[in-house]
Design a protein around this ligand. Sequence first.
Ligand code: AMP
Length: 464
Amino acid sequence: MQSENTFAALGLAEPLLRALTDAGYTTPTPIQTKGIPAVLAGGDLLAAAQTGTGKTASFALPILHRLMETAQRTRTGRPRALILTPTRELAAQVDESVRTYGQHLPLRSFAVYGGVSVFGQSKALRRPVDILVATPGRLLDHISQGNLSLSDIEILVLDEADRMLDMGFIRDIRKIMDKMPAKRQNLLFSATFNDDIRGLANSLLTNPVSVDVAPRNTTAERVDQSLMMVPQSGKRDLLIHLIQEQQWFQVLVFSRTKHGADRLSEQLTRAGIPTAALHGNKAQNARTRALDQFKRGKLQVLVATDIAARGIDVDSLPMVVNFELPNVPEDYVHRIGRTGRAGAEGKAVSLVCPDNEMKQLRAIERVINAPIERIVVAGFTVDETRTSRQRPPRDAKAPSQRNGHRHGRANPDSQNTRNADSKRPAHPQRAPRDAQGQGRDKPAGRSLGAQGRDARPRRFGNSD
Ligand code: AMP
């Protein structure tokens, strides 16, 4: 029994095991196998884990277990565990997970986050809460209004700590920490580790158990990644073409700006593709509704900014598109990590403008330590070795003009020498629409058979 990889063997109480059975979980994921015993033992934890690894359950289950064990003794009504998250969506999802896992326990979880009425939350906070899930800003609002006290906190979780620091929450986090008892258990989860995170971990954690289940590149390796070189002005048409021809459903499209997300969402909708935008300027109920419709398949595409997308929890999201590359290469890894989760196969396609995104592309390829496969779509994509002066006019419509490969090898001074670009056919033809791998041509850089890359047997490790 002891050596079995089961939730029971990890020492979780029966009501939790029952909830896991209800949820259909049979086997703990690696972060759960390593993290749950560490948290049950009461020590601090430093975990390197991305979304999709099962990290939420790795802290929620042992927290519920520990609180349950002492529930009778210390019933003050004030929260005893605090889970801080960077975004409202993540807070709502963590709260939902805690409720699911704790459904057979007499413990109450509640989430406070911005974008919805403070009043409604403060009313709900008058009832006893055992586990509080919160975004930092709204939590501080409630504390300053006297709606809640952190004086009984025994366990603190910083979820997606790297993102919280990116979003400038460090001061808020420190203020919040000052309002809690110094003696407590601290758990820090982060997908990436830089000096800031290490600094925070050093000041927060005491002799932590370190768990690293997802080295930065594992997710990246599991995802079938490709890119298409396309001028910024041609991206929208290419995306519409790909979604329609390849029949992509449940597509998460990343946009660099909120405004860009809105505009693209409108354009796709006008093209007959049900789409919504998800970003921080949207009212909370609009975001919740969009997410819900996307999950239920009523929306084909969700266009999201990086921060908003962090909260999207959809199992095995099949398709991620980078409409623009992120400025921070690690964000690329986060983005594509939204697909290919828990062993499922996923695809990530990036639309890259050779005029102004080559720097980001090179940085990304350095981080994932591999070149990303180039796909040519005749009539849409261009050759990355060409300078903007050689590119056809922006408004060129005729396929012969749009097919920007006439000068494909005209620029031997290209900065990008790593891509075997010279192998790219000079005049790729668009494949017949009903052919397999529609619209895709032989990609440069790797020889992948004329039937298109969907037929490739290439897959990376798929166990989680
Ligand atoms: P997370 O990394 O916490 O965002 O979890 C990713 C997804 O995996 C969520 O939809 C969970 O419900 C699901 N999940 C977590 N643990 C397990 C497990 N042991 N077995 C199956 N699914 C799981």
